[in-house]
Design a protein around this ligand. Sequence first.
Ligand SMILES: [Zn+2]
Length: 239
Amino acid sequence: MVESPETTRLVDRAIQVIQKHVPKFQIAPRSNNWFRRLLGKIGGTAGYWTTIGYTAYYPEDMDAKWSVIFHEGLHALRAKRMTLALFGFLYAFPISLAPIFLALGAYLWSGWSIAAFMGAILCFAPRTAYFRFLFELEGYEMNMALDTWMHGKEFALSDDALVFYDDQLSGPAYDWPTTRSLAERSVDAIADEIEGPDGYDDTEFYGHWPLKFKQDDPYYRDVLQFVRDNGLLHESLRD
Ligand SMILES: [Zn+2]
């Protein structure tokens, strides 16, 4: 699964940190899950990690970006806090409404059925998956914080980095969940907060309505502690 012993050690420790918050969290190769493999083929997301329930499935080249594991751990934590069922429903929203429209159309079986079936089709319209956007935004917020702690603000918040997040949040990686402009505004707002005087080591920048985590969230604290404990804190942030 991973090549370097150093990476293996860090991955194991990162999993332990996440398990403090989500005891059922685990990782598995994507190829173990036929369903994910299928989705990966359809969606072209073979290079991505995906979390289903409390298991994060990693792609073949997981070695390249082991730190993504804290992003996936955040999804698992969010799911645990709001229940797996609600998280799944909201993540898939509005597609999760399509079966309801279909059932309604079949039940009514009248002129109204056409409206219900149209409703089901509209559930697949792009730029409408607001909750998926929010969940991924908080996931990438974790990436931005972690990159800042490990590589410094200049690298973590460079124009290229921010454009990457804009692309992820409004593009095909998550089936165009929202508009480019909302993605840009949200990523810029997070970058501004991290840029702030204490941004790198407090948690004030963390979370967006209606997904606001409490300030000083212990998950964030523990990830920062992990960075410190493993000697990964960027020199510009050391006391
Ligand atoms: Zn994610």
